[in-house]
Design a protein around this ligand. Sequence first.
Ligand SMILES: *Cc1c(COP(=O)(O)O)cnc(C)c1O
Length: 480
Amino acid sequence: MKTIFEKSVAGREGCWPCEGMAEEAYIPADLLRDGDIGLPSASELDVVRHFTKLSQRNFGVDGNFYPLGSCTMKYNPKFTESVAGLPGFTRLHPVLPQLQGAGGMCQGALEVMYETENLLSEITGMAAYTLHPMAGAHGELTGVMLMAAYHKDKGNKKTKIIVPDSAHGTNPASAAIAGYDVVTVESVDGIVDPGALAEVLDDEVAGMMMTCPNTLGLFEKNLPEVVRMLREVDALLYYDGANLNAIMGKMRVGDAGFDIVHLNLHKTFATPHGGGGPGSGPVGVSEKLVDFLPISRVAKQEDGQFFLDYNYPKSIGYVAPFYGNFGVYLKAYAYILRLGGVGLTRATENAVLAANYMRKRLSDHFDIPYDRICMHEFVASASPQAKNGVRALDIAKALLDKGHHAPTVYFPLIVPEALMVEPTETENKETLDGFIDDLIAIAEQAKTDPEAIKAAPVTLPVTRLDETHAARAMELTDDL
Ligand SMILES: *Cc1c(COP(=O)(O)O)cnc(C)c1O
């Protein structure tokens, strides 16, 4: 496909800002450009076709199945987009006056924030939320800063945070960025083991970050014991709830004894993940951490009006400009109200059912290292195929030829040749079966014709790349 510059024909015009009028007539002379702007010359139709075709080269969940484990690329209802696009919200500015008497038009937006915090508190059993963090990892960092503030306030000397080897990779990174030493606890049979935990637990532990379900898609069934052990050394419990569509409606993090949780609204609550944002990673806390939450916080006056309260002397301060990504939590708010408690619970049930259905059907063809009931995702291993020279990456590439997005590969690190599959709650059985059948066909072909799989993809504009070269010496004008 040619670039729009290659399609340019000198003199061809695509738009006429003010027909019949010289530019000098409506743009002040001192603002007019002297030289050529260097934009391509193309007709409007050429431009429309060019960008429509380009968009079709893009892979998205609106077009195809996207089972990218740990990323929850599910279909998100379009009605939430229309709610987020309502002019009454999009035309607001963060520094507009808040109260009605002062001419404020943001009472509705403040109410959305207030209500969203309450709904998330109810769903997870926490005392309060901040909506400010703009991603899951940002929520983690905020959570670890809350831990630090709590211990400092109590005069505790704490230097370490425990992170299991089955945690999401951002967990140890967040703990380290906040200045803690990261202590790894090795999982036993895929989950945290109290015996192994006891070996690394001491008075210097500030807290533990648990991803649940963990990156193997397994529920951490020793949670009650883990919570009890951490309490004994006054350490806080952090729950990575990025994938709440594995537990919501079934279990409340606060009831299980956790002090801090972050959610990825851009996974569970309607905004698509990926593409670099925007995201939203709200953080919920138990009663004892409420005073440390970031400012500002939405509060309600006696007359029922909402305002932003900055009067929290123990607050960790700002973690984001203004109040985070408003549009994302607005979508979450609409989604939660639309589904209700029953709908959210069914989302969880469908996500877990779909993952277990796929795991079961694939278990005769791939190695499934932890082959038992999983949550919203599971991890298969291409180790058997690798013996024949076909690696997880080759299988991922072969799936592209069949029109699917690849699963996550080589993660989690504790599974060799990992293929991490997350079907999500929004796909129908035919789609799941189509993917499974294609994956089984690839496994069969790996036995008879491994070279063909190693050559994939052959149907896409770009085949195998030298990825290092592609990143370091990018060439954007190639005729694809
Ligand atoms: C996606 C994910 C994160 C990180 O979220 P980002 O918004 O990408 O920063 C953290 N933990 C888990 C378990 C995740 O799945």
